[in-house]
Design a binder for this molecule. Structure first.
Ligand code: 26A
Length: 343
């Protein structure tokens, strides 16, 4: 089997429910953020499971992107790697993946539960609190098994959730080296502000492999802060990242900053080392059509990489990303509409 796109991330089940500002304050959570839980956050999962508004939906940022890309692409285009337990939550993930035909090669942990994310919906915002569980035990050796490495060798595109930097930077580097050596496209998403803030060193180790970097404005701000950039304007930050050293010198680096309803900023460094800067307008969706914003960024990335796999041009890929993000926020959780819509 040949899957053109290989994705790597932390498979999680989202326990999604509605909360108030007071609830977030009680657990010292921001309105819009993603964190790894500490002991004090653990009651949130039980609160969620008891809440009348609760929905259990497949999550895990890169898995959402993998599902979205497979949703748009021909059958058997995408395979996703990550680690799950052997439990009901993993079954739910299997179901969701099956609904779009996403192939998975999970590393199964017999004694550790599948990871979960409390997706706390508050108005147009979502605060994500994650207990990684089995996802935290993914090992690069799983990728190196002959039956899995064969899929890596046959693939032409790689998509990595930056969240996985908390688990196995080694696995990311393994794929990054393979991509660079074989002139394949390597896409990294910065995932959350805490990655640039607290996982700066592993992030700096993987950026040299990236042909495409996708992040949002708050992740860009966290990057500028942790890297002590003098000029923290988004254009300067994107240009700085685009010009960082690159292992594969055969391809330029392209940096894409989404900013909610504000235009998507794109900086690509050309062969002369000059930064080409563009802004792509977002087609606004009426506020009353938004169901929840959980997974919006993952859907953007899904549309973008699907376009990349199909060999479309950069600006069309961004437009597909924006379109799929708008579709996904009209669904409950990080999901895509059925019957299927086409771009
Ligand atoms: C390591 N952390 C914190 C995480 C995540 C995560 N996916 C991987 N690793 N924290 C939240 N998510 C997922 O992000 C999606 C929304 O973009 C959630 O599961 C949610 O589906």
């Amino acid at each position: 089997m040949v899957y053109k796109l290989v994705c790597l991330g932390n498979p999680l089940l989202d326990i999604q429910f509605d909360v108030t500002k007071e609830y977030l304050d009680k657990y010292e959570l921001k309105e819009n953020d993603a964190i790894l839980v500490e002991e004090k956050h653990m009651p949130i999962f039980d609160d969620g499971l008891k809440d009348p508004s609760v929905k259990l939906v497949a999550g895990g940022a890169a898995q959402n992107t993998a599902r979205g890309a497979q949703y748009l692409l021909p059958e058997n285009s995408v395979v996703y790697f990550g680690s799950v337990g052997n439990d009901k939550y993993a079954e739910k993930l299997h179901e969701a993946n099956k609904s779009v035909g996403l192939a998975t090669r999970y590393q199964v942990q017999p004694d550790i539960g599948t990871g979960k994310c409390a997706a706390l919906i508050n108005g147009p915002n979502r605060s994500l609190a994650t207990d990684l569980g089995a996802a935290n035990h993914f090992k690069p050796s799983h990728l190196q098994k002959p039956e899995n490495w064969e899929l890596v060798e046959k693939a032409s595109f790689f998509y990595i959730g930056g969240f996985h930097l908390t688990v196995s930077p080694e696995a990311i580097i393994l794929l990054g080296k393979h991509a660079a050596e074989n002139n394949k496209d390597f896409v990294i998403n910065f995932s959350a502000p805490f990655i640039a803030q607290f996982f700066k060193d592993p992030l700096d180790q993987v950026v040299p492999y990236a042909d495409y970097i996708i992040c949002n404005e708050s992740e860009a701000a966290a990057y500028a802060e942790s890297h002590d950039l003098k000029d923290k304007s988004l254009v300067e930050v994107a240009t700085y990242i685009a010009k960082l050293p690159k292992v594969n010198s055969k391809k330029p680096r392209t940096v894409i900053f989404t900013q909610g309803l504000d235009p998507t900023l794109v900086v690509r460094v050309d062969a002369q080392g000059e930064a080409q800067i563009s802004e792509i307008v977002v087609h606004p969706l009426a506020a009353d059509k938004v169901v929840d914003t959980n997974g919006a960024g993952d859907a953007f990335a899904a549309g973008f990489v699907a376009g990349l796999v199909e060999g479309k041009d950069l600006f069309e890929n961004i437009d597909i990303g924006q379109w799929l993000a708008a579709e996904s926020i009209q669904q409950v959780g990080p999901s895509y509409p059925f019957p299927k819509k086409t771009y």
